[in-house]
Design a protein around this ligand. Structure first.
Ligand SMILES: NC(=O)c1ccc[n+]([C@@H]2O[C@H](COP(=O)([O-])OP(=O)(O)OC[C@H]3O[C@@H](n4cnc5c(N)ncnc54)[C@H](OP(=O)(O)O)[C@@H]3O)[C@@H](O)[C@H]2O)c1
Length: 293
């Protein structure tokens, strides 16, 4: 993901390569990134962060605490930290780094071709200038949506962050079904990819509700009606909803694990942001404001 951000920043001529410093433990990978993008790569996170205006945290959640301890206490208020680490909430980030100017974001993998969508939240301490810097950085990945309630980032993890995994699974299943019917695999692949891409572009250009578009192709007693009956019998909607909830609970759990590791848990119930605690029991919180309002 960090490489996608570097590529996007350079592609959009938003930052000069000479102004980007990356840290990476493996020497061969450092050499590879310098050769490909002309950016300076170092082994030390502290060295990479020292003179930076914006520090991007793009490590796995299990590596975050180690990296955070290296940086903690060494950051200045004029430095902005942007994290894309799944589950790492602002409470974890600000405590771990001993730093308040933090943006928590959730991109997704189409970011690799500049077609991602990123939902992000800035702590109240983030200045207008830093907000603009975060926006420039995250727009290098595609579309961005700033939200005023951090819980929307958690929810986005389960919808758009994990979303490509749902779509790829559907893609794979449709390709396999087409092969089962008798199509050669490469034709099955192209038919499915073009259908998904065309349907998405059509839905986007007409701005119609998906149910309206679906009804257009569902003739009485026809082929689509027969197929949709099978999908509904197989509980497709319920299964998708359960998958989104499972991903959401896992996001909240990752945050709780990180909080526990830092001694921040204090036994408070985890709020899943939808009036339910992470274990499914009722909690008092509600979703609050809509994204971006
Ligand atoms: N992939 C996604 O779809 C996606 C979407 C949204 C958010 N995210 C979040 O983005 C973050 C990065 O994900 P990713 O898929 O890009 O993972 P990744 O490919 O494993 O990237 C993590 C990078 O961190 C480096 N690293 C490991 N230990 C380090 C250390 N101590 N100091 C500095 N760098 C270190 C790794 O180097 P080595 O390769 O040498 O180990 C690797 O280059 C994760 O927190 C994930 O939750 C990912």
């Amino acid at each position: 993901m960090a490489e996608s951000i570097i590529a996007g920043l350079l592609r959009g001529k938003l930052v000069e390569a000479a102004r980007i410093v990356g840290s990476e433990p493996r020497a061969d990978r450092r050499a590879e990134l310098t050769a490909q993008y002309g950016v300076r790569m170092v082994a030390s996170n502290l060295e990479a962060a020292r003179d930076a205006d914006v520090i991007l945290l793009s490590v796995k959640p299990q590596t975050l605490t180690k990296v955070g301890h290296e940086l903690g206490g060494h950051l200045r208020p004029d430095q902005l930290v942007v994290s894309i680490v799944a589950g790492a909430n602002c409470r974890v980030l600000t405590n771990l780094l001993d730093h308040h100017e933090v943006v928590r974001s959730m991109p997704n993998t189409p970011a690799q071709i500049g077609r991602g969508v990123t939902v992000w939240y800035a702590t109240p301490e983030v200045t207008p200038l830093q907000t603009d810097q975060a926006r420039v950085l995250l727009r290098a990945l595609g579309t961005d949506l700033q939200v005023e309630d951090e819980r929307f980032v958690e929810m986005a993890t389960a919808v758009s962050g994990t979303g490509p995994a749902y779509v790829f699974l559907v893609m794979e299943a449709l390709i396999d079904a087409a092969v089962h019917l008798g199509f050669p695999r490469h034709i099955a692949h192209d038919l499915v990819i073009e259908t998904l891409e065309g349907s998405t572009a059509f839905a986007k250009s007409t701005a119609q509700h998906p149910a309206v578009l679906r009804n257009m192709v569902t003739s009485p007693g026809g082929t689509s009606a027969a197929a949709i009956h099978e999908l509904e019998s197989g509980r497709l909607r319920t299964v998708l909803s359960e998958a989104v909830w499972a991903s959401y609970r896992r996001t909240v759990e990752l945050g709780a694990d990180l909080e526990k590791g830092l001694g921040l848990d204090e036994g408070r119930p985890l709020d899943t942001g939808n009036g339910r605690a992470a274990d499914g029991t009722a909690s008092k919180a509600s979703t609050g404001r809509q994204p971006g309002r």
